[in-house]
Design a protein. Structure first.
Length: 145
């Protein structure tokens, strides 16, 4: 079977249980999608209890990233495309979040933060949709979706 024919066939969604769980962890982390550095800065600036609560909401995506890196080597190629996209989502989300935080002083940061929120949701929904079809993530190296 050629590579093109192999790519066109549907795969067992059960193979991607870990990737599916990571998408859910990323969506749970949506409560504060601007990622750990901003969370740590916030934790230092506000009362400790509030800071720890914010940090707790940022932990699911971090756990998902660690899980992605540990499972990536054993996964089939179509699941690896999801893992690749998930790791890019977290690192790009961190970058976009830092840009949003720095530019909030100029008010454009709030627009960027909304973009990051929509971007994060769209990437996770697109990934969950592909997993439910048993398909690899299309173009995981893209910066948008």
């Amino acid at each position: 079977m050629s590579q093109a024919a192999a790519a066109m066939t549907a795969h067992d969604p059960g193979e991607a249980a870990t990737a599916q769980t990571v998408y859910v962890l990323f969506l749970v982390g949506l409560i504060f999608p601007l990622m750990p550095i901003i969370v740590l800065i916030s934790a230092l600036e506000v009362k400790p209890v509030v800071g720890w609560l914010i940090l707790a909401y940022a932990l699911p995506p971090i756990i998902g990233l660690i899980w992605t890196y540990t499972e990536r080597g054993d996964a089939s190629a179509w699941v690896q495309s999801h893992f690749h996209m998930q790791s890019r989502t977290l690192w790009l989300g961190l970058l976009y979040g830092i840009v949003a935080a720095v530019t909030t002083f100029f008010y454009i940061g709030w627009v960027i933060a909304v973009f990051v929120l929509v971007w994060w949701i769209m990437r996770c929904i697109k990934g969950l949709n592909a997993i439910s079809r048993g398909a690899p993530y299309d173009f995981p190296e893209h910066y948008i979706w």
